[in-house]
Design a binder for this molecule. Structure first.
Ligand code: GDP
Length: 395
């Protein structure tokens, strides 16, 4: 996973630097076997072997080829449709890249993959750190792949500025699942704005579906806003909780509980079984206070143990029931359509914002506008209107 993470322009740049430095140092090396030059010198140099190059002479060619391949939308798409994981990973790297050159190719690949996407069950999984998300995903994931499903696990972790999104790349997480050829685990795109990370994750879902993954798990690693983002891209939203962790109903924000299609109390094993059952009753009572969901589904509360695997398959049965119900009553399709529209509007907002703040006319004016508003010379509203008029070319 770490290797996948570091793949990309950084690696290519390092590669290029190595080649550049190597060829420079090669020019300075003495040619050892040219004994004529040293004929009269006090040092006698015996004929030896040529100094071996410190880099593979084919590397430049291979590098160019790799780069060409990675930028060729058609071959990426064919590879993805054939389930080629290397090319899938490469396409994902392009989606995550901030280079506009990569972005363009990624968009072409996504466009081509869209007709082949949409056929999976998308499940969001969230819960505080330590609740057992990765143990749960591994237990459920292995059970699903055993049944012949192909599972992709993605993560949303916009807060991972320090870890650079490597949480899922930690080798100790989901070790068995990472070695399962029916599973594909991809760490969170490296840190960025939540909107950016969410959009990229949605695009990665499209690529994974086109590659034949019929179940997608989106894990939320952070606690807070990212749950809303995940909720807006999945069919089913699962909240993992713990029993007896202090004031239970305070542990997680009310809004997140309201979004959940199922609350699963993990670690229901050993001495914890009774506590988990009690917590389960409390959550059921709490959920009864919420208004009925437009899906026609009433959120389910269950207990499980990701460690002993008890209750894990029942969680999947619940998800299947939800999918069946919402496909029958039309909510499944309606929700996906609404999610697409939301992405469109969010893209408009973010692109307008980006364009506004990078506009040379605006950047020149912003500082003085800030000062004028701070000193109370003009109202914030009027200053904003003036800047927008400048941006849209009215003044
Ligand atoms: P995450 O941070 O939410 O991904 O949590 P992890 O899956 O890393 O689990 C945190 C800790 O809880 C680890 O030490 C796990 O072994 C433990 N754990 C996870 N699931 C269970 C469970 O069902 N029962 C028990 N007893 N421990 C568990």
């Amino acid at each position: 996973m770490l290797a996948q993470l570091s793949y990309g322009e950084n690696t290519l740049q390092n590669y290029k630097n190595t080649i550049h430095q190597s060829s420079l140092s090669l020019q300075k090396l003495p040619v050892l076997h040219d004994s004529n030059k040293n004929k009269d010198g006090s040092l006698k140099v015996n004929k030896g072997i040529d100094q071996p190059t410190s880099f593979n002479p084919d590397a430049k060619k291979r590098l160019a080829k790799t780069r060409k391949q990675s930028l060729d939308a058609a071959s990426l798409m064919n590879g993805i449709l054939n389930g080629n994981r290397t090319l899938l990973s490469r396409a994902i790297t392009l989606v995550e890249s901030s280079l506009s050159e990569h972005h363009q190719v990624a968009q072409q690949v996504i466009e081509k993959c869209i007709p082949h996407s949409g056929n999976s069950i998308r499940v969001g999984i969230t819960g505080v750190p330590g609740v057992g998300k990765s143990t749960f995903i591994e237990a459920l994931g292995l059970s699903l792949t055993k049944k012949g499903h192909k599972l992709a696990v993605l993560a949303i972790d916009p807060s991972s500025e320090k870890t650079k999104g490597s949480i899922l790349g930690d080798k100790t997480r989901m070790e068995d699942l990472s070695n399962d050829h029916n599973a594909f685990i991809r760490p969170s795109p490296s840190a960025g704005s939540l909107g950016g990370v969410a959009r990229k994750t949605k695009e990665i879902i499209v690529l994974c579906e086109a590659a034949g993954f019929d179940i997608i798990f989106v894990e939320t690693v952070g606690v807070g806003q990212s749950e809303t983002a995940v909720h807006s891209m999945v069919d089913f939203f699962l909240l993992l909780m713990l029993a007896g962790a202090g004031d239970e109903l305070q542990g997680i924000k009310r809004g997140i509980m309201e979004m959940a299609d199922a609350i699963v109390i993990n670690k229901a094993d050993g001495d914890n079984i009774d506590k988990a059952k009690m917590a389960s009753k409390e959550y059921e009572n709490a959920l009864h206070l919420y208004p009925p969901a437009p899906s026609g589904w009433f959120p389910i509360v269950k207990t499980c143990s990701a460690r002993t695997k008890s209750g894990i398959d029942e969680v999947w049965e619940t998800i299947e029931k939800y999918i069946q119900l919402t496909k029958e009553n039309g909510f499944f399709k309606q929700k996906r359509q609404e999610q697409e529209l939301r992405i469109m509007f969010e893209s408009i907002h973010s692109q307008l914002q980006e364009s506004f703040y990078s506009d040379a006319r605006i950047t020149k004016l912003l500082n003085s506008s800030r000062q004028r508003v701070l000193s109370g010379q003009v109202s914030a509203y009027r200053e904003a209107a003036m800047l927008l008029e400048k941006y849209f070319g009215k003044k």
